[in-house]
Write a protein that binds this ligand. Structure first.
Ligand SMILES: [Fe+2]
Length: 184
């Protein structure tokens, strides 16, 4: 179940909001310019289904988000037991960074935690299956896919180059809880 835990950015021990209610999560994130939605597939597909089947099952929502955000392309990123160098991939996104493009992810399978630093707070957002999150360009954030990721995520792009992380140099990420299991 997706979950939002809200902290002051200078105090990882005081929880301001902790909710698994989808409407409450969306409301809190929308208030700071972040899109959060829960989708449903229009058709069933196997876990090893080809990308084309997965994209077809969510085509209506994909087209809507592409139109809303002006995104040109989508792909599906997979990170699972067969993926080499998972610790290095996990570490790449664990330090606070920004992008010059929105970071838009829809979780077809698996889970991960986005930590968004906005207005002096950290929005720790556990995203799970059928959750969409859109992190606006320029937002300071980090992402934890956990030690044993089993993720298939649809990514939306204007340009692939725009998604290169620009690290802020802050060590704030180290002060907040990691994603060690889906029980965060
Ligand atoms: Fe990012």
């Amino acid at each position: 179940m997706s979950r939002l835990t809200l902290y002051r950015d200078d105090n990882p021990h005081e929880i301001l909001i902790d909710t698994q209610d989808g409407a409450e999560i969306a409301k809190a994130l929308n208030a700071v310019g972040v899109v959060f939605e829960r989708w449903s597939a229009s058709a069933t597909f196997a876990k090893d289904a080809p990308d084309s089947d997965v994209l077809a099952a969510y085509a209506g929502d994909i087209d809507r988000i592409k139109a809303q955000g002006g995104y040109q392309t989508v792909d599906i990123l997979r990170c699972n037991a067969e993926t080499p160098n998972k610790p290095a991939i996990r570490a790449k996104f664990l330090d606070e960074h920004t992008h010059s493009e929105d970071e838009v992810r829809f979780f077809v399978e698996g889970a991960g935690v986005f930590y968004l630093r906005l207005d002096g707070k950290v929005y720790m957002t556990l995203c799970e299956r059928e959750d969409l999150i859109s992190v606006p360009a320029g937002t300071s954030h980090w992402f934890d896919m956990g030690p044993e990721p089993d993720i298939a995520a649809i990514r939306f792009f204007n340009t692939v180059e725009g998604w290169v992380p620009n690290y802020t140099g802050s060590d704030i990420a180290a002060t907040f809880p990691k994603f060690e299991s889906s029980s965060v």
